[in-house]
Ligand binder design. Structure first.
Ligand SMILES: Nc1ncnc2c1ncn2[C@@H]1O[C@H](COP(=O)(O)OP(=O)(O)O)[C@@H](O)[C@H]1O
Ligand SMILES: [Mg+2]
Length: 252
């Protein structure tokens, strides 16, 4: 077994990276896959969203060589779902690594032993294209791009695509894009539909059919430490993430 390695990336904050990492991960786990979530953002939002303990060893300690990746894996209260917590220390890692020769490969080298332990490893990126994100891109097999249906979305997306092209040239030639997901969709805003149409025209094969609706329950769930499936399984957001999981399985 070799895990399918996916990173959730968009240099913009607040677009649904963490929410998608958590709820797609939990949907995949409910389908019987063994799933590891890695919180690679110094904000640590993902860790709390699945009731992880951020006082235990974190991905920072793993990269710093203080603990093995396997020993940093925590169980969560949810079947088949595991987490390695994030840490505020990650913010300083950019500077610590910048003068190291293999600076883009620290993450890859420190967690490769996890490959045969899981079906999926999902990693939540910080909202930037700095050195931490380059480490994520060097390790990943697939980039998953969540985005909001808003006016400047296309510009951000073009920049992200250029970054991915340069990563393929320089640090990870096998990197693939898994897809583009629209999040926080509201029917009432006409702009939402227009943005979806634009992006779908430019990237016809990349846009996921599933669109995640904006729901209050999806926004509430993390503060209870629960994925949406455990917080409110009847919520339309849960159904959407289940559909997304099926689409993801068909693409990998
Ligand atoms: N589909 C949704 N419906 C309602 N609120 C959402 C939805 N997706 C995300 N949110 C909320 O929007 C905010 C930003 O989402 P988040 O996943 O943290 O984005 P990112 O990780 O890209 O910064 C969070 O408060 C989150 O709870
Ligand atoms: Mg986040």
């Amino acid at each position: 077994m070799s895990a399918c390695k996916i990173i959730f990336l968009n240099q913009k904050g607040g677009v649904g990276k963490t929410t998608t990492c958590v709820n797609l991960g939990s949907s995949l786990a409910e389908m019987g896959n063994k799933v590891l979530l890695i919180d690679f953002d110094s904000q640590g939002n993902l860790t709390g969203a699945v009731s992880g303990d951020s006082r235990k060893p974190t991905i920072y300690n793993v990269i710093a060589g203080e603990i093995s990746a396997k020993d940093a894996v925590q169980e969560t209260p949810f079947d088949n779902l595991f987490v390695i917590p994030g840490s505020v220390d990650l913010a300083g890692l950019n500077l610590e690594l910048v003068s190291e020769e293999d600076r883009e490969y620290y993450l890859k080298n420190s967690i490769s032993s996890l490959d045969d332990e899981f079906d999926f490893i999902l990693l939540d990126c910080p909202p930037s294209l700095g050195l931490l994100t380059m480490n994520a891109l060097a390790w990943a097999e697939y980039v998953f791009i969540p985005m909001q249906c808003e006016y400047f979305a296309m510009e951000g997306l073009n920049m992200l695509m250029r970054t991915i092209t340069s990563v393929r040239k320089n640090i990870n030639k096998d990197l693939k894009i898994l897809g583009i997901l629209f999040t926080m969709f509201t029917k009432r805003a006409r702009l939402n539909a227009e943005v979806i149409e634009d992006v779908s025209t430019f990237f016809p094969n990349l846009v996921f059919k599933t669109i995640i609706p904006r729901t209050i329950r999806l926004a509430e769930a993390p503060s209870h430490g629960l994925p949406i499936s455990a917080y409110d399984s009847r919520n339309s957001g849960n159904k959407a993430y289940q559909n997304l999981a099926k689409e993801v399985i068909s693409r990998v």
